[in-house]
Design a protein around this ligand. Structure first.
Ligand code: SF4
Ligand code: SF4
Length: 109
């Protein structure tokens, strides 16, 4: 297929570099609220019995991790996508938007 007019020839294009997620998150700005006002909370006793840990697969910011069998959740890097609230069918996640002025601030848009 021919290149688009004005576009660089394919041989001159560089491959897109895979950027590690924590580096990408570093391009965003966060105003982190205090832990007692965390906008997302989970119930550890429910997570301990969870058969799938879907939250660890769907969260784009890697806020959920299983470490030595225990679910560890960090709200600080949350980009407010809502995926964990949808994925968790065990009733563990309580999800709210952050309080005004807190949370993620996108550089563009
Ligand atoms: S999917 Fe829900 S219950 Fe399962 S580990 Fe994640 S937050 Fe906990
Ligand atoms: S809302 Fe999105 S970014 Fe935030 S913890 Fe849930 S899945 Fe992760």
């Amino acid at each position: 297929m021919a290149d688009l007019e004005g576009a660089a020839p394919s041989s001159a294009r560089r491959p897109v570099e895979a950027i590690e997620i924590k580096r990408r998150l570093g391009t965003l700005r966060f105003q982190t609220d205090s832990p007692e006002h965390a906008h997302i909370t989970v119930k550890p006793e429910v997570c301990a019995q969870c058969p799938h840990s879907l939250c660890t697969f769907v969260c784009p910011a890697q806020c959920y991790e299983r470490i030595e069998g225990k679910l560890v959740f960090r709200y600080e890097d949350c980009v407010e996508c809502g995926a964990c609230d949808i994925a968790c069918d065990q009733g563990s996640v309580t999800w709210n938007f952050p309080r005004g002025t807190f949370g993620v601030r996108y550089a563009y848009g």
